[in-house]
Design a binder for this molecule. Structure first.
Ligand code: RP5
Length: 164
């Protein structure tokens, strides 16, 4: 199975990004975690992206806050799918990071999840690997079925309380 890379712009992003690793652990998907910054360590970020495919990665997740150029800078140097997580780490509540991550020019896509949406970033990366992995696909299907069951249970409880 291909590895998933989880890159964050700073270790201060870790409390949010950990939600991605929780999902990757749950699905037993191999991954590596790094701190690279588009602005503070641009050479290392570029080198990682250039070598990611030959280093057996299948998807790269990039989390960054403020002027969040990490996902775009990584995407510029690889044709692997890149998923961006805008991090709420400034006085602008993450809107700065959201716009910096999502507004990519044509030709260099970044699949951007919600502000602080680390769990969904991991799930999307897993779904990408599941395109060619039926075991992973069936785990995803099971999880969705169990999520649906818990929502139906909530509906039942609310219905019993209010719909007399
Ligand atoms: C971004 O700047 C990082 O991704 C982080 O969200 C933010 C603040 O970084 P630190 O100053 O806490 O290292 O590049």
């Amino acid at each position: 199975m291909k590895k998933i890379a989880v890159i964050m712009g700073s270790d201060s992003d870790l409390p949010v990004v950990e939600k991605a690793m929780e999902q990757l652990d749950k699905y037993k998907v191999p991954y590596e975690v790094h701190v690279f910054s588009a602005h503070r360590t641009p050479v290392e970020a570029r080198d990682f992206a250039l070598n990611a495919r030959s280093n057996d990665f299948g998807v790269i997740i990039c989390a960054a806050g403020k002027a969040a150029h990490l996902a775009g800078a990584i995407a510029a140097n690889t044709t692997l799918p890149v998923i961006g997580i805008p991090i709420k780490s400034s006085t602008l509540d993450g809107l700065d990071a959201l716009l910096s991550t999502v507004q990519m020019p044509s030709g260099i896509p970044v699949a951007t999840v919600a502000i602080d949406g680390a769990a969904n970033a991991a799930l999307l990366a897993i779904q990408i690997l599941a395109v060619t992995d039926s075991e992973l696909e069936s785990l995803l299907e099971k999880e969705r079925a169990s999520n649906a069951e818990s929502v139906l249970l909530k509906d039942k409880k609310i219905s019993e309380k209010f719909n007399k």
